[in-house]
Design a protein around this ligand. Structure first.
Ligand SMILES: [Mg+2]
Length: 231
């Protein structure tokens, strides 16, 4: 069994530090008028966020500019995490620790974050990333137009390589806070636990087709029981 966690507003909150650091990178590269506040961030892949940020600022998103933005983002993020604050969401660390102790259960991250900045955020919030061994990051979609829907098969392939055993979609549960987390799970036949700790209401997550919706991760026993209840 594989349980895949989203990062932002599922495991941790960083109070806009990521968005601000992307804005810092843009201002450093393209001048003081660069504005990150008009671009949609929630539940999206970092490469797409950078592309749209550049476009929204009237800048052609060439591969070189996107690479420079990624590097600038990683440079500015630690300072922004420090000033904005990063913290785990209720129940997140306890749930991860408890699931980590379950025999036969593998944990991973399925996230729109780039690996280097995703790990910076988790570390700043005090989340030990060593429990997550089957990860897929926001730049790993194999397609030119990257999509979150492409990520679960990569995690499943990594599980297969690690354990030398097959895993069906039903053996995978994705935990996330946006309709993008829900749709990427459903598109791949995975189970999905939606958590309303982000900008999306429980009702909206339910409507998107989540198999279970919780307000936050604090009822660790009930969530763990649901996750392990697979026929
Ligand atoms: Mg999220």
């Amino acid at each position: 069994m594989l349980v895949l966690f989203d990062i932002d507003l599922t495991l941790i909150k960083t109070s806009g530090a990521g968005m601000a650091a992307m804005g810092d990178a843009g201002r450093e590269l393209f001048g003081p008028d660069f504005d990150e506040t008009r671009t949609d961030f929630a539940g999206r892949l970092d490469p797409l966020i950078i592309r749209d940020l550049l476009r929204d600022n009237g800048i052609e998103p060439t591969p070189a500019r996107c690479r420079d933005m990624r590097a600038g983002y990683a440079r500015h993020l630690p300072r922004r995490l420090e000033s904005h604050g990063a913290q785990p969401l209720p129940g997140a660390i306890d749930l991860v620790n408890q699931l980590h102790a379950v025999p036969g259960l593998t944990l991973g991250l399925l996230t729109g974050n780039f690996e280097e900045t995703g790990r910076l955020k988790l570390r700043a919030a005090g989340v030990d990333t060593s429990a997550f061994v089957c990860n897929v990051w926001g730049d790993e979609s194999p397609h030119k137009e990257p999509a979150r829907e492409d990520l679960p098969p990569i995690a499943i392939e990594r599980y297969r390589a690690r354990h030398n055993t097959d895993l069906s979609g039903q053996g995978v549960t994705i935990i996330g806070d946006t309709v993008h987390d829900v749709s990427c799970a459903l598109a791949n036949g995975c189970r999905v636990l939606a958590v309303a700790t982000g900008y999306t209401s429980a009702a909206e997550l339910q409507r998107a087709g989540a198999h279970r919706v919780v307000g936050d991760l604090s009822d660790v026993e009930a969530i763990k029981a649901w996750l392990l209840d697979v026929e």
